[in-house]
Design a protein around this ligand. Structure first.
Ligand code: SAM
Ligand code: CA
Length: 244
């Protein structure tokens, strides 16, 4: 349902990257009909705790959390990685989807925010699946790539951290994900800014990262090692299935 070009920003545009649907009412409809009634209690609790945090704009939206949870089940993921944890909403949706012996290597430069969500993750009984490492992801990925035993060992990798490094991550992750496995790059529609006119009033960080997201999208579109699908869920997620 497209709006007809009126200048007034809708409430939906104000909530920014939570969805790129052009109708706030339609997005609320999805949340209220299909997402919130099915959201596990622990995810609801974590969503509400995160909403009080000053950087809550960074959290994964509930509809995307539901999407990730179902996707992981559909592909029978067991060994996974997440780059960019924040308070752990996507991490919890992943942990709940994995089997009891499933694993998530969770990387973030900030442990403090992870610890906001950790008690809720523990209460949900899934903390044993998580191996959290504090620090920048890139050096750790380099170490992992040096260990050939780890090549092709991940079923799923969710990338939701520093957008200026996504292409650097991709160069390494392509070796670490198994053939037939999936890498999901988050925020690949970057708040709709990718198609904004040059003089559009973009927030500073949106403008800064925009070029990196444009480069990533171009590179993924021609990468013959993966099949891709860019979905307008949340702020856009590009799924890459490794084929060679
Ligand atoms: N997936 C999270 C969720 O569901 O709430 C949101 C992640 S948030 C958008 C981005 C996170 O990436 C932040 O927590 C930030 O600390 C982390 N980050 C930024 N640069 C990083 C880096 N170089 N290595 C690892 N994590 C990084
Ligand atoms: Ca994100």
């Amino acid at each position: 349902m497209a709006t007809t070009g009126e200048a007034q920003p809708t409430k939906h545009q104000e909530v920014g990257h939570k969805s790129l649907l052009q109708s706030d009412a339609l997005y609320q409809y999805i949340l209220e009909t299909s997402v919130y009634p099915r959201e596990p209690e622990s995810m609801k609790e974590l969503r509400e705790v995160t909403a009080k945090h000053p950087w809550n704009l960074m959290t994964t939206s509930a509809d995307e959390g539901q999407f990730l949870n179902l996707l992981l089940k559909l592909i029978n993921a067991k060994n996974t990685m997440e780059i960019g944890v924040y308070t752990g909403y996507s991490l919890l949706s992943t942990a709940l989807a994995l089997p009891e012996d499933g694993k998530i290597l969770a990387l973030d430069i900030n442990r403090e925010n992870y610890e906001i969500g950790l008690p809720i993750i523990e209460k949900a009984g899934v903390a044993h699946k998580i191996d959290f490492r504090e620090g920048p992801a890139l050096p750790l990925l380099d170490e992992m790539v040096d260990d050939v035993k780890l090549h092709g060992s991940f079923d799923f990798i969710f990338v939701d951290a520093d957008k200026d490094n996504y292409l650097n991550y991709h160069k390494r992750l392509i070796d670490l994900v198994k053939i037939g496995g999936v890498i999901g790059y988050d925020n690949t529609l970057w708040n709709g800014s990718l198609v904004a006119p040059p003089d559009a009033p973009l927030r500073k960080y949106v403008r800064y990262y925009r070029d990196f997201v444009l480069e990533l999208n171009k590179a993924l579109a021609v990468d013959v090692r993966v099949e891709i699908c860019q979905l307008p869920v949340g702020d856009g997620i590009t799924l890459c299935r490794r084929i060679s």
